[in-house]
Design a protein around this ligand. Structure first.
Ligand code: MN
Length: 299
């Protein structure tokens, strides 16, 4: 594990969460192996059936392979409308190009945040012929009032992702939201997403405050974690129960060094209608998206 020196500026801001009534695990979810784009093999962890339960999150794909045949074809040009995509690259290099004129290279530890808004057409193509490509793509919904907003895009190299280390040597990378006093690369007003990458040494414990109403889950990608009496193995998602008075989560590593992401957000409680890469509130809006795309009306 990557034992970084504590950044004095960061640790000065570190305010440990006091979690008095931790959430427990409602359900363990095993992802579904599938492929997308031009044949990229991935595991769809959060899929359509969980969109309502995990509102405002619409999808989580985990990808990870050292076999180039699993990823080399990438995701050629395709459209999106009505939500945001957050790609977190643990390892590998991928180039993004879109119809709004954005282009960027996503590399080890970097994050790409794209607000599709009223529509973009983009491509996501691996820039390597061998080695490991590993990471996540999370889809975050937009409220009805923002679904047709202007597209937005930004790349955050690893050095721009705020990071802190707890007294138990837990390394926390703050991709979105605020955790233990440290504000991440992106904040969002309507859905208030929290997105942390947490690296726990053997048997270490980490606590994070979570607003009671927010939906939340963890996904373990190395080692094995424990929440209350529930063990969560690698490649499993644990949905955290929403209970009255629940004020956070306390998660521990078992006998192994453990890495996981913690994702939480404020539900929008609006209708969700998805048709492939378009996520709107009504069928009429989906039909409009299809018409706009096929008539070349995306930027
Ligand atoms: Mn895409």
């Amino acid at each position: 594990m990557n034992q970084k020196a504590i950044d004095p500026a960061m640790s000065a801001n570190f305010i440990p969460s006091a979690v008095h009534c931790p959430r427990d695990v409602e359900r363990i979810v095993e992802g579904v192996a599938t492929s997308d784009g031009a044949g990229v093999r991935l595991t769809r962890v959060l899929h359509g059936a969980l969109q309502r339960r995990l509102d405002p999150f619409l999808m989580l794909d985990a990808f990870g392979s050292d076999d180039p045949d699993d990823y080399i074809a990438g995701f050629p040009e395709h459209p999106h409308r009505g939500f945001e995509t957050i790609t977190y690259m643990l390892a590998g290099r991928m180039r993004h190009r879109d119809s709004a004129g954005h282009e960027g290279l996503l590399e080890d530890g970097g994050v790409q945040w794209m607000t599709a808004g009223r529509g973009v057409i983009h491509s996501e193509i691996p820039q390597q012929k061998d080695g490991v490509l590993e990471g996540f793509q999370l889809w975050l919904n937009l409220p009805a009032a923002r679904k047709m907003s202007a597209p937005w895009y930004r790349d955050f190299p690893a050095s721009e992702i705020p990071e802190y280390v707890t007294p138990e040597n837990v390394v926390v990378r703050v991709i979105a939201g605020t955790s233990n006093g440290i504000t991440g690369a992106v904040t969002r007003e309507f859905t208030e997403p929290l997105y942390l990458d947490i690296h726990l040494p053997t048997r270490a414990t980490f606590a994070a405050a979570l607003p009671e109403s927010h939906n939340a889950f963890i996904y373990v990608y190395r080692g094995a974690a424990k929440i209350g009496d529930t063990k969560i193995a690698a490649q499993r998602m644990a949905i955290l129960r929403n209970a009255e008075g629940g004020d956070g989560v306390i998660v521990s590593a078992t006998q192994e060094e453990t890495r996981l992401i913690l994702v939480a957000g404020k539900p929008l409680n609006e209708p969700i209608v998805q048709y492939g890469p378009f996520v709107m509130n009504t069928r009429d809006e989906i039909e409009q998206a299809i018409r706009d795309y096929s008539s070349g009306n995306f930027v």
